[in-house]
Design a protein. Structure first.
Lengths: 131, 235
């Protein structure tokens, strides 16, 4: 890989890694989610510095040109990422369902036996307080 | 026996008075809890005016989430039996007695089966074929022999309530898959005749699911229930 290409790509990847770190630092991105992005950034850096690794990998998987190996890796990475998101979504769905049921049951319990009497507006559901 | 009848409802304000009146006439001693699945009509208010407990879900969860909320309510209050009953007039309150008796005799779960009742409404040919298919799948996968595994009329004893309150309960469309989960967890399942009537609604909670999508989902869910790790069930 020509030096010019290496420098440009290293700069771009460095910028990407900085953005990720900054997002984590500002708490916009949770630490556990940042690993997968940091990992992919670091592997890009490795492949830029050690292009021979990519060539060897291409020979191993039987691809013709290194670019197709790169695309293969990208697609695999995205597939794994989507699967991970599906797993997290399933967890969130169950948690939202459990919380919805819990909220409904607690509100029902409180309506049946309110701490400050039924007429106390402080014990009405927030959206009903202003009716 | 303290019995709680759970009616999961979405926009059933029109049907509830008739359904509850019929239930009260034949089951005067039982408590009735209406689980209002974020209805846009006055379902909860109507339920309260009829003297039922009304639990309103702040978000729409669908049949499974609503019925599970009712089971959790029954479990927390320590009811001997929780009966799940449809809010669209499909179920006949006269059938509840036999189901409650089955639980009193030691069953953990008693299922109302329309194939055991003579001369009753059974739905169109596709529905009958679908139910036969799921009954066959259930038997093939787990050896569980029930005629009508997609019936929504069930009586649950304390052990079934406890199991169905956990995340093992298939909360999307709990029909045959929920029975397979119960069977594999070592619960005692039985069935009693139940007369089903055509729903009063054009759109019941089950109609929203297109039949083919429902069948595919149920088949997959059944497989998952049948192949799920037994270790999880013994918790």
């Amino acid at each position: 890989m020509p030096l010019r290409q290496q420098v440009v790509f290293l700069a771009l990847t460095g910028l990407l890694l900085l953005v990720i770190l900054e997002l984590v630092r500002r708490r916009r991105l949770r630490v556990e989610y940042s690993w997968v992005w940091l990992g992919s950034g670091v592997s890009i850096v490795v492949l830029i510095l050690r292009y021979d690794l990519l060539v060897r990998l291409t020979e191993t998987v039987g691809a013709v040109v290194p670019t197709s190996t790169l695309f293969l890796l990208c697609i695999l990475f995205l597939a794994v990422l989507c699967l991970d998101f599906s797993v997290r979504l399933s967890t969130l769905t169950r948690q939202v369902k459990d919380l919805t049921q819990e909220l409904a049951l607690l509100r029902h319990e409180r309506e049946a036996d309110p701490p400050g009497g039924t007429g106390d507006p402080a014990h009405a559901a927030p959206e009903e307080r202003f009716k | 026996m303290r019995v709680l009848i759970v009616i999961p409802c979405r926009n059933e304000a029109g049907n509830l008075p008739a359904v509850v009146a019929e239930l009260r006439a034949s089951r005067p001693g039982d408590d009735i809890a209406v689980i209002d699945d974020a209805s846009r009509d006055a379902t909860a208010a109507v339920a309260r005016s009829l003297g039922c407990e009304a639990v309103t879900l702040p978000l729409h969860l669908g049949y499974g989430g609503a019925v599970q909320a009712g089971i959790k309510l029954g479990l927390r209050r320590g009811y001997d039996v929780v009966v799940t009953f449809d809010g669209d007039g499909q179920h006949d309150p006269a059938d509840v007695e036999a189901l409650v008796a089955a639980v009193a005799e030691g069953a953990d779960l008693a299922l109302g089966s329309r194939f055991q009742a003579r001369g009753a409404y059974r739905g169109g040919p596709f529905r009958i074929a679908g139910r036969r298919l799921f009954a066959g799948l259930c038997r093939a996968l787990t050896g569980l022999a029930l005629d009508d595994p997609t019936s929504g009329l069930k009586a649950l004893g304390p052990r079934a309530q406890a199991l169905f309150a956990t995340s093992r309960f298939p909360d999307r469309f709990p029909d045959a898959d929920a029975l397979v989960v119960a069977h594999r967890a070592g619960l005692v399942l039985t069935q009693r005749p139940a007369r089903m009537r055509p729903s009063r609604n054009v759109h019941s909670m089950h109609d929203g699911l297109r039949p083919a999508a429902y069948a595919a989902n149920m088949a997959l869910s059944l497989l998952v229930a049948a192949l799920g790790r037994a270790r999880d069930l013994r918790e």
